[in-house]
Design a protein around this ligand. Structure first.
Ligand SMILES: NC(=O)c1ccc[n+]([C@@H]2O[C@H](COP(=O)([O-])OP(=O)(O)OC[C@H]3O[C@@H](n4cnc5c(N)ncnc54)[C@H](OP(=O)(O)O)[C@@H]3O)[C@@H](O)[C@H]2O)c1
Length: 256
């Protein structure tokens, strides 16, 4: 049987690129979404037209991890789709600024939920299934996840730093049964200009100017690395930056 990959938040953008690349390589895919039902359904239909019964949908707000009942139910729903899980990709995320002086507990909860808490609790719940397949976990982090914070995004930076630490901790905890790795994108796709995560045009230009390769990356660059890590049998606990060289120029601010 072909392996099964679950990608959280995969209706659109980087998540959808990961799903398409894995599917093209023969994976059966679980497309998880929260609000983007239309995009998720269109993606599943597109992939099932290529290979019948190769893509399934899972709708959930990741707040399901907040109680053991809803988490168990979600876990069962995941495994029921194809009867196994080989690769778990933590891609779902919230991303918005939290200016010092105006940070709220609600922002903390929301940013930590998707970027740190859900990845840990979901991995824990699915670990027995992943172990049964000698599977792996791949986390979408950020080049700002540790020593080079993105200005004005304090809570997001902190949450991704926690997630980065999870990758390294779980690589030890779950070895030798499950490999755990991370990918740190630089700027691989800008937030949708109509969303609440949109980045100001001046900041966008400053971001591009600060990239040695002088352009933003693509979701496919990330997806190719996910596929590589999914198949890299002797790699665990590693974090690969896919950033056009940007992390080399970062000094905790936006200038090169
Ligand atoms: N874009 C970049 O260049 C870049 C840079 C650095 C790091 N990254 C990381 O790479 C990953 C993908 O980036 P992206 O820009 O493609 O992500 P994104 O579009 O900002 O978010 C991906 C998905 O997360 C889902 N999501 C948000 N809150 C959720 C919740 N409470 N429950 C369930 N799902 C939720 C949304 O699903 P619905 O639409 O279905 O609601 C959304 O489509 C993220 O982890 C991001 O932090 C990206």
């Amino acid at each position: 049987m072909m392996p099964v990959m679950l990608v959280t938040g995969s209706a659109k953008r980087i998540g959808a690129a990961i799903v398409r690349t894995a599917h093209a390589a023969g994976y059966r895919v679980l497309i998880h979404y929260h609000r983007s039902e239309q995009a998720a359904t269109a993606l599943a239909n597109e992939l099932n037209a290529i290979r019948p019964q190769s893509a399934a949908l899972l709708q959930a707000d990741l707040t399901v991890v907040n109680t053991s009942e809803s988490l168990n139910q979600f876990t069962q729903q995941i495994i029921a789709q194809f009867g196994q899980l080989d690769v778990l990709v933590h891609n779902a995320s919230r991303f918005y600024p939290t200016a010092m002086g105006a940070i709220t507990s609600l922002q903390w909860q929301e940013l930590f939920l998707t970027n740190a808490k859900a990845p840990l609790l979901l991995t824990q719940a699915l670990a027995p299934h992943l172990a049964a397949q000698q599977g792996c976990v791949i986390s979408l982090l950020d080049i700002h996840a540790h020593d080079k914070p993105f200005p004005n995004y304090i809570v997001y930076n902190m949450a991704k730093a926690a997630h980065r630490s999870m990758v390294q901790s779980l690589a030890l905890e779950l070895a030798p049964a499950i490999r755990v790795n991370g990918i740190a994108p630089g700027v691989n796709i800008l937030p949708d200009p109509s969303s609440d995560q949109a980045i100001d045009p001046q900041v966008q230009q400053a971001l591009i100017d600060a990239i040695p390769l002088q352009r933003i990356g693509t979701p496919a660059d990330i997806a190719d690395c996910v596929l590589y890590l999914a198949q890299a049998a002797y790699i665990t606990g590693q974090i690969i930056a896919i950033d056009g060289g940007r992390s080399l120029t970062l000094a905790g601010n936006l200038t090169p």
